[in-house]
Design a protein around this ligand. Structure first.
Ligand code: Q0Z
Length: 287
């Protein structure tokens, strides 16, 4: 990283640096969180897998919407990006009923103003994918909001286009992933505005940290589904009887290596590129 890069923000597992007035550097660490707690043990190459997957999807969706990506750094975990004015909402798309969408549905029969058919079970596929915007909580959990509230936050002139873009992104990516054995149950997009006022896709896209990835071969609605990437970590934490408050437990070597293998498998299945080839030259995912 250049000496001139100033740290501007930290996420749970990522950092942002300012390169100059127009450009940011997003750096994905190997930290992993589970049950909302960052664990003391890292998963080697997790940040590279997520950076490579994001880059892959940016390259393949640029005809749907322009994006912030300028370059991937040779370290494989750093993305140079255009600096945007970010919209103050999380643009969540759900194709399946899980997480807070399932909680809202069970309590009210709807989520973000979408009236859903009765009788749906946890993890059922929805009749069609829905846009369920959420607030960006600084701490704690994002909260699902109505489309009316989202329109207030982003300006009504932007909301219809935001919804159209993110539904198209989900339709493209979910069909692509399903053919490769991965269900993208839901995913969160972040959009910003460039200097001309155009909508631009930003942040990380269609990674296991911004999405629920489920293995398609064992999909069985009617309860929670195993996570493609984090299930070994969750199972280990459940076996320990950890109370899910910080600090989280150290992970044993076997859980670390099984989990790393799952991340690399997600990368290779989805991109069709060998992870070693990515490490040798990260920009292979852009071609
Ligand atoms: C993304 C975040 C992370 C902590 C700001 N292209 C952009 N222009 C302006 N702002 C952002 C982006 Cl991506 C931006 N975040 C989320 C990312 C660490 C928070 F790596 N915050």
């Amino acid at each position: 990283m250049p000496e001139t890069a100033v740290h501007v923000a930290s996420g749970k597992v990522r950092e942002i640096f300012e390169l100059d007035d127009e450009r940011l550097l997003l750096v994905a660490s190997d930290r992993i969180s589970t049950f909302d707690v960052v664990l003391p043990t890292e998963i080697p190459d997790k940040g590279r897998v997520l950076t490579g997957l994001s880059g892959f999807w940016f390259a393949r969706t640029r005809e749907i919407v322009p994006n912030h990506l300028l370059a991937l750094r040779p370290d494989g975990r750093s993305t140079e990006a255009r600096r945007l004015r970010m919209l103050p909402i999380e643009c969540v798309v759900r194709g399946y009923l899980a997480g807070s969408g399932w909680k809202d549905y069970r309590a009210t029969g709807s989520t973000s103003g979408h009236d859903l058919p009765g009788g749906l079970r946890e993890s059922d596929r929805l009749p069609s994918p829905i846009f369920t915007p959420a607030t960006k909580a600084q701490t704690g959990h994002d909260e699902n909001i109505s489309r009316t509230d989202a329109a207030q936050l982003v300006g009504p002139e932007h909301l219809a286009e935001v919804e159209r873009i993110v539904l198209e992104l989900y339709a493209f990516a979910s069909a692509y992933a399903f053919e490769r054995g991965v269900i993208i149950a839901d995913t969160k997009f972040e959009l910003g505005l460039d200097e001309t006022g155009a909508l631009v896709l930003a942040d990380e896209v269609l990674t296991p940290d911004s999405s629920r990835f489920w293995p398609a071969d064992v999909y069985a609605p009617g309860g929670p589904q195993p996570s493609f990437d984090k299930q070994y970590v969750r199972d280990y934490c459940e076996r320990l009887g950890w109370d899910k408050t910080a600090p989280g437990p150290e992970l044993p070597d076997e859980v670390v290596s099984e989990t790393r293998t799952r991340y690399v498998e997600a990368f290779e299945r989805l991109t069709g590129i060998r992870f070693d080839d990515y490490l040798a030259d990260p920009e292979v995912v852009l071609r």
